[in-house]
Design a protein around this ligand. Structure first.
Ligand SMILES: Nc1ncnc2c1ncn2[C@@H]1O[C@H](COP(=O)(O)OP(=O)(O)OP(=O)(O)O)[C@@H](O)[C@H]1O
Ligand SMILES: Cc1ncc(COP(=O)(O)O)c(N)n1
Length: 271
């Protein structure tokens, strides 16, 4: 086996395995990238909601970042849940040191509606981290907070993606339309627009879709794909993960990280 690409996620946890660091590592593994993780917060949550959040001490988060950077240089990194301003500022300094493609999933609220970021931190992510991003992947409510206007359809999604790149300084943006009706359409913008379009599946099992999508983009960037290729491959990965629900848990269950493989088997989606 040749040299394997590696990716690092900096995020919170989900003990039931569907979101956060656990979803990211499963996605990295499935896409054949060596996965590493730095934990920001320990979250007691399941498919039904968030029960408690314990932010790790800032010094300890820095010790984890140092442990990685002194030893293994990731080929791409992503951030998910970063709950405080202090954490954002620390992570911004390490993003500069890692000097590698960087994906931001600006996690603010879980699928269950529970807050995963202090309200005061929401604008700080825009000012401190977004300018450093290769790709930012907000859902509609997150994009509304980043750009400060309401988003009701595709035109407003396009306008938001353009603001995130042209005014806030990210290299590219994907504004996700998972919360709209009709086809599952996301808007990609990096100076030019591309539509990422997939069938919408009628399912409540969407816990961790944002984490899994951004982790798949990160894995593809780690393997050297262009930003647009990485986002298109990431969209295929998340679509197949939603296509084959696992029906695990009593609430909004996790997506299926084997979906991508299943879709390519002769007796499933494959021809
Ligand atoms: N029911 C669905 N069928 C197909 N694709 C979907 C569905 N729901 C979401 N998606 C896709 O999944 C990806 C994640 O989008 P979404 O808007 O759900 O992110 P998110 O809000 O960050 O995640 P979550 O809803 O878990 O908080 C997007 O590519 C979106 O288009
Ligand atoms: C630790 C952590 N990070 C992120 C999410 C958001 O998950 P989703 O992708 O469902 O919005 C979550 N529920 N928990």
């Amino acid at each position: 086996m040749g040299k394997i690409a590696s990716a690092l996620t900096i995020a919170g946890t989900d003990p039931t395995g569907g979101a956060g660091i656990q979803a990211d590592l499963k996605t990295f593994q499935e896409l054949e990238v060596f996965g590493m993780s730095v934990q920001t917060s320990a979250v007691a949550q399941n498919t039904q909601g968030v029960k408690a959040v314990h932010d790790l001490p800032i010094d300890f988060i820095e010790q984890q970042l140092k442990a990685v950077i002194e030893d293994i240089k990731p080929n791409a990194i992503k951030t998910g849940m970063i709950s405080t301003i202090e954490m954002m500022e620390l992570i911004a300094t390490y993003v500069a040191k890692f000097d590698t493609p960087y994906v931001i999933d600006p996690v603010m609220v879980a699928t269950s509606g529970d807050a995963l970021m202090d309200e005061s931190s929401r604008k700080v992510i825009r000012d401190v981290l977004v300018p450093k991003a290769t790709v930012v992947t907000p859902n509609i409510p997150e994009a509304e907070i980043l750009v400060d206007f309401s988003i009701k359809g595709l035109d407003a999604m396009k306008k938001a993606a353009k603001v995130i790149v042209d005014e806030l300084g990210a290299t590219a943006a994907v504004v996700k339309g998972g919360h709209l009706e009709g086809k599952a359409i996301d808007i990609f913008y990096d100076g030019s627009f591309h539509l990422l379009e997939a069938d919408r599946f009628e399912t409540k099992h969407t816990h961790g879709t944002g984490c899994t999508f951004s982790a798949a983009i990160t894995a593809e960037l780690a393997k050297g794909k262009t930003i647009l290729e990485a986002v298109q491959l990431g969209k295929t990965f998340i679509t197949d993960a939603i296509r084959y629900p696992l029906n695990i848990g009593k609430g909004n269950g996790p997506t299926n990280h084997w979906g991508y493989r299943l879709q390519r088997l002769p007796n499933e989606g494959g021809k």
